[in-house]
Design a protein around this ligand. Structure first.
Ligand SMILES: *Cc1c(COP(=O)(O)O)cnc(C)c1O
Length: 360
């Protein structure tokens, strides 16, 4: 491959080219240290500066209130599925889970190992093709958990349920920083970095301070949020290079004009492709309810599996990668995270219009 492709991978996903180039330039000799970021101590002033700048950029871009802690952890979003109930549930207590796909099912499975995860809403009856509207929330739940964007199904919560005094927890792995949000509505937000924030290896956790204070103490040290708050995410060696990459991506978001501009572009990208699907609805069949369509992951079916294979293969030849649907659902999935430029979407859109013409 002589040049970079338009990378529609679902995750790990495309990164801004300028970020990759900055990282490349920094690799042999970061900030005149004579070493790369990968080779410097996580206790060094150079690294500490990266760490704190990444935090303050995230705080300002996402408008995170002062009563929240920002943590850089490992273990992916998947470890958060377990850490959340370990910290916040005890025997006899329960939490509400809104089930909108594979990831929320994995999350509730972990809750049920520790205590009780109650299904307070689900779209499993229709293959996760919508966001549940009639919720059965419990006022005595320790928290309510949802997946803000369903990477595999292609649905997204466009408004969030009011959970009253029950802290709302969101897995935002595939849409963090894709739009403006009121962080103050959430008790905890978490996201693996590898879709919208950087490379795999670091997980962002934004947790309200009162939840850290009331969390359980009788669990292993590394699994307690309090440990990571106390040690500023450096109880053990943090994933330094991944955090440095996240910092570069956050700087890139700032250069784009912040979340307002990012959201505007994301809406334009999604609208471009959904319009083409709607204009060719006999050929490109959206897999989900229109009002719940994701701005990040567009899922669709073509008239036959054969045509889907052809679409993916011809797309790859034309320079569009990562169009295959998740192995559990098949079909086509187009992931258009923050770092996918509008230009790439427009090129793919042209390809889609032509492909429908030729094969429809
Ligand atoms: C990718 C993804 C995960 C899994 O993340 P890991 O970092 O691999 O554990 C969890 N939730 C959502 C919504 C995802 O998109």
């Amino acid at each position: 491959m002589a040049q970079r492709i338009w990378n529609f991978n679902p995750g790990p996903a495309t990164l801004p080219l300028s970020v990759l180039e900055k990282a490349k330039k920094d690799i042999p000799n970061y900030n005149n240290t004579g070493m790369s970021v990968m080779e410097i101590s996580h206790r060094s002033e150079d690294y500490k500066k990266i760490h704190s700048e990444a935090k303050s950029l995230l705080k300002s871009l996402f408008n995170i209130p002062d009563d929240y802690n920002i943590l850089f952890l490992q273990g992916g979003a998947s470890l958060q599925f377990a850490m959340i109930p370990m910290n916040l549930l005890s025997q006899g207590s329960s939490a509400d889970y809104l089930i909108t796909g594979r990831w929320s099912k994995k999350a509730i499975t972990e809750a049920n190992i520790i205590a009780e995860g109650k299904i307070a809403g689900s779209s499993e009856d229709k293959n996760f093709s919508y966001i549940p509207k009639n919720l059965d929330l419990h006022s005595n739940a320790e928290y309510a958990h949802l997946t803000s964007n369903n990477t595999i199904a292609g649905t997204q919560w466009h408004t969030f349920p009011d959970t009253g005094n029950v802290p709302l927890i969101a897995d935002m792995s595939s849409d963090i920083l894709s739009r403006k949000l009121d962080v103050g509505k959430f008790g905890l937000i978490y996201a693996g970095a590898q879709k919208n924030l950087g490379p795999a290896g670091v997980t962002i956790v934004i947790i309200r301070k009162d939840l850290v204070e009331k969390a359980r103490n009788d669990i292993p040290t590394l699994l307690k949020y309090a440990t990571h708050v106390e040690k500023d995410s450096a109880f053990n060696t943090p994933p330094t290079f991944a955090i440095y990459m996240v910092k570069l991506v956050l700087e890139w978001i700032e250069d784009q004009g912040g979340l307002e501009k990012i959201e505007q572009t994301n809406r334009e990208k999604a609208e471009t492709l959904y319009t083409t699907m709607d204009n060719n609805s006999d050929f490109y069949k959206g897999a989900v309810e229109k009002e719940d369509r994701s701005l990040m992951n567009i899922t669709l079916r073509l008239p036959s599996e054969e045509l889907e294979k052809k679409f993916i293969a011809e797309g790859a030849k034309a320079g569009f990668g990562g169009l295959k649907g998740h192995r559990s659902v098949g079909g086509v999935r187009i992931s258009i995270y923050n770092a996918m430029p509008l230009k790439g979407v427009k090129e793919l859109n042209k390809f889609m219009i032509n492909f429908a013409k030729k094969n429809g």
